[in-house]
Design a protein around this ligand. Structure first.
Ligand code: TXA
Ligand code: MG
Length: 322
């Protein structure tokens, strides 16, 4: 199959209506989209990504007005979150209606649902009479794509069309939140910060730490990983250990770096110290470093505030750990 890239929304509509997969832009990362209500199509998404079927998909809808077609009920707090953050990088887990096939949610009785904040994909969704299941458009376990080119690099020949909506503005995946027994739970850190969510929900959140619980395999131990080994931690210490290798350093502003071995590569995600810019650049930087002829990537911890927490989470999961 030849994979075309373009900005033709009608073409994407037609392909999706005929049961094909299309890569779509969102504000977070590109998604590998198909009809969320069609079991065959959803099966095809799992296959194309090499994704285990126990790892459920996020369902994308055009606006909050559509949510009740797919979920049993919306708690008041969840409704406030939707009104405030949709369209945007927040996914909510809600009790699903039976119109959502079990395969889409990997047999769970909740569906992960969100309204993406990207004009092209919103017009696409508005022209379809079904929602789009879309995991990040990368092979399972690898770094999520934040440009059409990233998708093409890995899925060329496997899908018919990539809708090119430019570089993703947020650059890391959506935050996943839900309610269990009235408690606000954060399952995955992402583009909406916990403090923003807490202030709108009016309650404090419980963060589910990394675990073997597969409720959100975005929490799987190794994920988002480049092929070159990445070490995450105190940079001076890491440099001491890897002094003799050809290394790349992935850092925030580049200030306060210790003296580096000659020929080291340095990537500063935001010299001006802006965490939103750093998040936007993170995955493209990892992909870039993964193509260089280096022994390892050393990444420093980001400030534990705002998007810095989600950036640290991704770096930890991308890293080599014993
Ligand atoms: O920003 C995003 O969320 C992107 C864009 C394309 O929307 N999508 C994305 O999808 O990151 P994916 O499949 O790479 O990650 C979805 C995460 C997985 O960790 C999955 O386990 C979790 O959501 N998830 C989906 N449905 C769930 C459910 N019913 N209960 C718990 N976790 C769920
Ligand atoms: Mg993913």
């Amino acid at each position: 199959m030849e994979t075309l890239t373009g900005t033709d929304i009608s073409k994407a509509v037609e392909l999706l209506q005929h049961g094909n997969l299309v890569a779509i832009p969102t504000e977070t990362v590109y998604g590998l989209a198909g009809n969320a209500l069609d079991e065959q199509v959803v099966m095809q998404i799992f296959k194309t990504k090499n994704r285990p079927e126990f790892n459920p998909l996020i369902v994308h809808i055009a606006s909050v007005n559509h949510v009740e077609k797919y979920v049993e009920s919306v708690p008041d707090e969840a409704f406030r979150l939707m009104e405030k953050f949709w369209p945007g990088p927040l996914t909510l887990l809600l009790k699903k209606k039976s119109i959502i096939p079990d395969i889409t949610t990997s047999g769970l009785d909740t569906v992960a649902i969100r309204v993406p904040n990207h004009l092209m994909t919103l017009s696409l969704l508005n022209e379809l009479d079904f929602p789009l299941a879309a995991p990040s458009a990368n092979p399972f376990g690898y770094i999520s794509p934040t440009s059409a080119q990233h998708v093409l690099d890995q899925l060329n020949g496997k899908i018919a069309y990539i809708l090119n909506g430019g570089a993703c503005n947020v650059g890391i995946e959506s935050t996943i939140a839900g309610f269990e027994d009235g408690q606000l739970i954060i399952y995955r850190l992402g583009g909406t910060t916990i403090s923003e969510i807490e202030s709108v929900a009016g309650v404090s959140a419980i963060r589910i730490p990394s675990s073997s619980d597969l409720r959100a395999p975005g929490m799987l131990k190794s994920h988002y990983a480049p092929s070159v080994p990445l070490y995450f931690g105190e940079i001076e210490e890491l440099i001491r250990v890897h002094d003799n290798d050809s290394i790349a350093v992935l850092c925030f502003t580049g200030e306060n770096l210790p003296k580096l071995p000659e020929n080291s590569v340095v990537v500063k995600l935001s010299p001006e110290g802006n965490l939103e810019v750093a998040a936007r650049n993170l995955f493209a930087a990892l992909r870039h470093l993964d193509r260089l002829n280096i022994k390892c990537i050393l990444a420093e911890p980001f400030p534990v505030e705002g998007l810095g927490k989600a950036i640290n989470d991704r770096l930890l999961r991308a890293s080599v750990r014993e």
